[in-house]
Design a protein around this ligand. Structure first.
Ligand code: TYD
Ligand code: ZN
Length: 426
């Protein structure tokens, strides 16, 4: 069998909606064939047979789930995973907020069992453990589960399914809190995962879910968050439909700035009788007013995406043509995606700097731009950084004050590409 056929076996087109089962889709945008966003490669003389998969987004006309057009086999995406949870100030502060919210609004107390799906290296669970919870992580990435276990956060190297949930319940008892931070949007078999949550949750237990908010994507046009791992882009109304269909009840929601705009949603058993907060109806009403249930809003989004797809590479090329050296800041999955979608490669972007040691020394998927450590980048800085970790822009601009003072500039891509210099961030 040749390599191309091999890759085809790992992907399938989306037909039925994973939330409501309908199959009436509005096509929004298509980006052609794109390599996997986190598939960093060792530098090589040639990159023949690098897999690429169709990437695009569609919207379900029935429940308004936004979904990617194709699902790549999770065994391919997640068994060995190079995305390590950030230890940035922004995320560290956010994890404290999540723990406090679960304690206050979910009624979590010391000694309670907290199970996290997609727990990565265990940073969030460590915060709960510090506050006295019993914790257990479940993450299919064997490399990351091993790190978490070494650091003292017990972690099962498995996908969370109904079967895994049964095993956990038998060995640890029911969970007072099940947590899924930025993993829920990566799950195709929502029915299987929610059956597991249902089985594991204590009668008064809470399922806390954090997902990127589709409204932020639609408003900020940050289409680089559209890649194969992100299967779903949720509205509150879509999440409400989903949980109700699976015998659960969404009772509270909060809009958060993290990862470019997210929702923290609290879900319980309907029998627990938790009152639904005003925040839930307020957001659902606002979604309706903004006509997010109509085709027109998504057509508008597609127009905005097309504009940035033209303007951003044109801006970078003009900087290069003027003799400026450009590098990428952050080899984020978003960054590898936007470079591929905009057709920017090593001719325009000399390197990308990134703090993740797993990525350093490798090259970006598709574009093969090399990744350098911050130390190497500081020793050989560019004239202009293309901000590829824009969700940390504030923190990064503060950290790079010296670069800016020395005349360095940043290009911020969304919602319209702009150049910032020391003068503009003062
Ligand atoms: P992140 O936005 O967390 O996620 P994704 O890969 O899902 O798009 O990625 C940010 C990347 O930027 C991550 O690889 C770490 C890197 N980074 C830096 O190199 N320097 C920094 O100061 C920060 C905050 C992030
Ligand atoms: Zn649907």
């Amino acid at each position: 069998m040749n390599a191309a056929a091999d890759h085809e076996e790992n992907v399938r087109p989306v037909t039925r909606c994973r939330v409501c089962g309908a199959s009436d889709w509005q096509e929004i945008v298509s980006f052609g064939e794109v390599p996997l966003a986190n598939a960093f490669l060792a530098p090589a003389a040639s990159y023949e047979d690098e897999p690429a998969y169709p990437l695009g987004v569609i919207s379900c006309r029935s429940c308004r789930l936004m979904s990617v057009t194709h699902v790549v086999d999770p065994e391919v995406l997640y068994r060995s995973y190079s995305y390590v949870t950030s230890d940035s100030e922004t995320i560290t502060r956010h994890m404290e907020f999540v723990a406090a919210t679960c304690r206050e609004r979910g009624g979590l107390a010391p000694g309670d069992l907290v199970v996290e799906l997609g727990s990565n290296t265990g940073q969030q669970l460590a915060v709960f453990a510090r506050d006295g919870a019993r914790v257990l992580g479940v993450d299919p990435a064997r490399n990351l589960a091993a790190v978490a276990n070494e650091r003292g956060t017990p972690t099962l190297p498995e996908f969370f399914t109904a079967a895994t949930a049964e095993i956990v319940r038998r060995s640890h008892g029911p969970a007072r809190l099940v947590l899924g931070r930025h993993v829920f949007a990566h799950i195709d078999d929502l029915a299987g995962v929610l059956a597991g949550v249902h089985a594991l949750l204590a009668p008064d237990g809470v399922f806390a879910v954090e997902v990127p908010y589709a409204v932020d994507l639609l408003e900020k046009l940050a289409f680089d968050t559209i890649y194969h791992e992100h299967l779903s882009y949720f509205l509150v109304r879509t999440l409400d439909t989903l949980f109700t269909r699976h015998g659960l009840s969404l009772f509270d929601v909060e809009r958060l700035p993290v990862h470019g705009g997210s929702l923290l949603v609290l879900v319980g058993r309907p029998e627990a009788g938790r009152p639904v907060t005003h925040a839930v109806s307020t957001l659902i009403e606002a979604e309706k007013r903004a006509e997010l249930g109509s085709d027109a809003g998504y057509r508008e989004f597609a127009r905005g995406v097309r504009a940035i797809r033209e303007e951003l590479p044109a801006l970078v090329r003009s900087l290069v043509a003027e003799g400026h050296r450009v590098a990428g800041y952050g080899a984020s999955a978003k960054g590898t995606t936007i470079l591929n979608i905009c057709g920017l490669g090593p001719a325009e972007v000399a390197y990308c700097t990134d703090t993740t040691s797993l990525k350093q020394g490798k090259v970006l998927p598709g574009t093969h731009i090399p990744v350098r450590s911050p130390e190497d980048a500081r020793a050989d800085p560019p004239d202009v950084y293309l901000m590829l970790a824009w969700n940390y822009a504030e923190e990064i601009l503060r950290k790079e004050a010296e670069f800016l003072r020395a005349g360095g500039r940043f290009v911020l891509p969304f919602p319209k590409p702009v150049i910032v210099s020391a003068d503009s961030v003062r």
